[in-house]
Design a protein around this ligand. Structure first.
Ligand code: ADP
Ligand code: MG
Length: 179
């Protein structure tokens, strides 16, 4: 069986690989040196198949759910990736573990939380992964930094833009902080 020749441009040079998917990761920390945890998370996540494009500002956020805990520091990171969604989840969980996260209480204190907010225009529904993230659209601490990076981005399920989602959120104290 003959393999197809590699795609070539008219010049004869090999064409560029198709670029990857645009993904947005929500990062949060409320234990230890929160800023150092976020920096280290971005550094550990970045790889040849997960390329960092941009980072939002940092937001201090009142915890939701369990209120008797320190405020979170949150940030959204924009990456371009060649990974599949579940591979990205495993990558994110590896970095959470490397930063010493212990899964104890749901919504409880954590050195690092990495959530896959949006993965290109993919919609994923499996046991371990739901994309878009099932709760991102109701969280100001996710939508505010996301709107900094890409306000026109649309949710592939509802087709609402990040700006529209942000306008619909009521309450929730978030504060943008200087780095
Ligand atoms: P939360 O972020 O809601 O506080 P966890 O970080 O403990 O909770 O995640 C609980 C589980 O959520 C993970 O084991 C993971 O399999 C699942 N999960 C489902 N969808 C996503 C997503 N989009 N991003 C990250 N985790 C997800
Ligand atoms: Mg999480």
């Amino acid at each position: 069986m003959s393999a197809l020749p590699p795609a070539r441009e008219p010049s004869g040079r090999q064409s560029k690989q198709p670029s990857g998917k645009l993904v947005y990761l929500g990062l949060g920390s409320n234990l230890g040196d929160r800023y150092a945890n976020l920096r280290s998370a971005v550094e550990q996540l970045t790889a040849p198949d997960l390329r960092l494009l941009r980072l939002s500002g940092l937001y201090e956020t009142e915890p939701i759910g369990l209120r008797d805990q320190a405020w979170f520091l949150n940030q959204v990171a924009e990456f371009e990736t060649d990974l599949m969604p579940l591979q990205l989840l495993r990558r994110a969980q590896k970095v959470e573990r490397a930063l010493g996260r212990r899964r104890t209480v749901r919504n409880g204190p954590r050195t690092l939380d990495v959530d896959i907010l949006l993965f290109g225009s993919a919609v994923v529904d499996c046991d371990d992964l739901t994309v878009p993230h099932p709760r991102y659209h109701e969280r100001r601490f996710v939508l505010a930094p996301l709107a900094e990076l890409n306000p026109a981005l649309r949710d592939p399920r509802t087709h609402q833009s990040v700006t529209q989602l942000l306008q619909a959120v009521r309450g929730q104290a978030v504060r943008r902080v200087q780095e």
